[in-house]
Design a protein around this ligand. Structure first.
Ligand code: PGA
Length: 252
């Protein structure tokens, strides 16, 4: 299956710096093959980046959206708006949203349903805290998050989901999960998907890893059987670094 490498720019970049990023990035990724590359900038940059990535292999994603399609929700963004501006993907349930904006599995579940209804592909983020890992609760937490977030989601739709395993202790800390630690959880997620849906679906869903991905650790992580791509924060803000990450097994 084609690896998916997504950039999560978080609350960084402005119009000028993002256009300069895209212009450089386009040059660096010329030789990259067999990757799906997605950039998820802030809402204010979506339109410009959509224009500057037309006819390239770069796809567009958003970092969040509301579960309602329209209405009196001051300050929110809808799935229809994201589609309108050219998004194909949307990150949902990122741990920073859960931690700082009180997003729950129930809200994430509603968002996933709305995303599918509007032909947006969700990148669902799940992951444990350091305390939960140290108390051997990782797999239990992952199981609960996955079951709650995927409640009543049809098997015709689920094939388009991307699941991002992002251990919270690895995000922005410079301390990535080892390939073995990540693979254990990815394998567990795949088995769970096969249990909830079936083998065919589970083997086709991309399960990507996020948390302190950099040029120096991408190759070993991607060598694991059940790791099908990466969600990259800090290292995605530099076009050369992000291009190297995207081309981890190509010569760039
Ligand atoms: P990081 O962030 O690569 O800076 O650790 C990853 C993420 O939060 O998606």
């Amino acid at each position: 299956m084609k690896s998916l490498i997504a950039a999560n720019w978080k609350m960084n970049m402005d119009i000028k710096s993002s256009i300069s990023f895209i212009n450089n990035f386009k040059k660096y990724i010329k030789k990259i093959k067999n990757k799906e590359i997605v950039i998820c900038p802030s809402f204010t940059l979506l339109n410009k980046i959509n224009e500057s990535t037309k006819n390239t292999k770069i796809k567009l994603g958003a970092q969040n959206m509301h579960f309602e399609e329209e209405g009196t929700f001051t300050g929110e963004i809808s799935a229809l708006m994201l589609k309108d501006v050219g998004c194909e993907y949307v990150i949902l349930g990122h741990s920073e949203r859960r931690q700082y904006f009180n997003e729950t599995d129930d809200m994430v579940n509603k968002k996933i349903k709305t995303a599918f209804k509007n032909n947006l592909k969700p990148i669902l983020c799940i992951g444990e805290t350091l305390e939960q890992r140290n108390n051997n609760k990782t797999l239990k937490i992952i199981k609960n998050q996955l079951i709650n977030c995927l409640k009543n989601i049809d098997e015709n739709e689920i094939k388009n989901i991307v699941i991002a395993y992002e251990p919270i202790w690895a995000i922005g800390t410079g301390k990535n999960a080892t390939p073995q630690q990540a693979e254990e959880v990815h394998k567990f997620i795949r088995e769970l998907l096969s249990h909830i849906y079936n083998n065919k679906i589970s083997s086709n869903v991309r399960i990507i890893y996020g948390g302190s991905i950099k040029e120096s650790n991408i190759k070993d992580l991607m060598a694991m059987k059940n790791i099908n791509g990466a969600l990259v924060g800090g290292a995605s803000l530099n076009p050369k670094s992000f291009a190297c990450i995207c081309g981890f097994n190509n010569s760039t």
